[in-house]
Design a protein around this ligand. Structure first.
Ligand SMILES: Nc1ncnc2c1ncn2[C@@H]1O[C@H](COP(=O)(O)OP(=O)(O)O)[C@@H](O)[C@H]1O
Ligand SMILES: [Mg+2]
Length: 351
């Protein structure tokens, strides 16, 4: 019997287009595996799920666990699935919402669970968790839309004394550099905060980090392993949306040219970050590494990193000895293992 893997892609997020690209690679890769049948489920920009033109969903009820047809000849029927692979970046996919639905439906899925996804997506919560675990990160200031409205001058003063210019303004929950600005003055800061607040009600401002922009892939559940690190050399002033996906002239250096000792430290910090944020399956941890001062700071984690055949996540594994199709196979297996472990846990209390 072939294993049925439902691949969710597209989605209700600013990173819809990016997801389409990742999904093409994942779907093609899974199709090349003997023991897997792929069910590609396109999630529209509005959030509907479509399988071969029929609207489907999963119900938050384990008894009818599987894909439930909402229209067409099979209305009301379910087909079983073995594993879900959410290839969704950003909101309603990488942030714990889809993961919550899959938990309620009692379906195994690739990647971090509800808490890991939500914390990994929220740059403010992520930083709080990393600080608590003693993992080094850069300085920052954060506030809500309400706080900005009431205490704008005080917050600007805090940014100027604690962080200085240039600094980075980001919405708390987003990816692919959407809504992010590098600002060089008070005036630009105000414009950038207004822009970021269009994407989220919470915003953070970060100190400019220097050195090489280094990324490291992590794979596993309780004993995750880290790949060789890679370096991003952005073609624009920073690695913004255009540099990532539009002009595509940024350079990936794989593996990154770093000292042995720096590589080991990056790998250890990537694993520590993965465990601290309660990740599972996969994640890519991004750093700024300054070999002059020996400072290594975590910038962010991506619990569903870009997954095209030329994306950093699979490329780093390839350089570390795990080819694309084997990577997919391992991810499916990790999803099943974690599901089985979780199924063994007690859900009732007997004294
Ligand atoms: N504090 C910082 N210092 C220097 N560059 C930064 C900083 N924060 C972000 N950047 C640049 O902006 C890009 C996008 O920011 P990032 O935090 O990775 O957001 P996203 O989740 O959208 O990828 C990074 O890849 C990097 O080039
Ligand atoms: Mg990033």
């Amino acid at each position: 019997m072939k294993k049925k893997v439902a691949v969710l892609y597209g989605g209700r997020s600013g990173e819809h287009e990016v997801s389409l690209r990742s999904a093409t690679a994942v779907i093609d890769g899974l199709k090349s595996l003997q023991d897997i049948e792929v069910l590609p489920i396109f999630v529209t920009q509005e959030g509907s799920w479509e399988l071969n033109g029929s609207r489907v969903t999963v119900l938050p009820d384990p008894i009818v666990s599987g894909l439930y047809f909402l229209d067409g000849a099979r209305t009301g029927l379910t087909v079983t699935i073995d594993v879900v692979f959410p290839v969704l970046h950003g909101t309603y996919g990488e942030d714990g919402t889809v993961q919550g639905l899959l938990e309620l439906a009692r379906l195994p899925y690739v990647g971090a669970g509800v808490a890991g996804s939500a914390i990994g997506m929220d740059k403010i919560l992520m930083k709080a968790a990393l600080i608590a675990a003693g993992i080094p990160i850069g300085d920052y200031v954060w506030f809500t839309a309400n706080g900005w409205q009431k205490e704008q001058e005080k917050l600007i003063a805090e940014v100027e004394t604690k962080l200085d210019y240039p600094c980075f303004v980001k919405p708390a929950n987003l990816g692919s550099s959407v809504g992010i600005s590098k600002v060089y003055s008070k005036q630009e800061l105000e414009v950038a905060v207004t822009k970021a607040l269009q994407y989220d009600r919470r915003v953070l401002v970060e100190k400019l980090l220097v050195g090489k922009e280094i990324e490291c892939s992590v794979l596993g559940n309780d004993e995750p392993k880290a790949s060789l690190p890679g370096e991003i050399i952005p073609s624009n002033d920073f690695y913004d949306y255009e540099a990532k996906y539009v002009n595509e002239t940024s350079t990936l250096v794989i593996p990154a040219q770093l000292r042995e000792q720096t590589i080991s430290r990056v790998q250890q910090m990537a694993v520590d970050t993965f465990i601290t944020l309660d990740c599972a399956g996969l994640a890519r941890v991004d750093f700024f590494v300054d070999e002059l001062t020996d400072e290594i700071l975590v910038n962010e984690i991506n619990t569903l990193p870009g997954f095209t055949t030329i994306s950093m996540y699979p490329k780093l594994w390839e350089a570390t000895g795990i080819p694309f199709s084997q990577l997919l196979q391992e991810l499916i297996q990790l999803a099943e293992e974690r599901f089985q472990e979780k199924s063994k846990l007690k859900t009732t209390f007997d004294s």
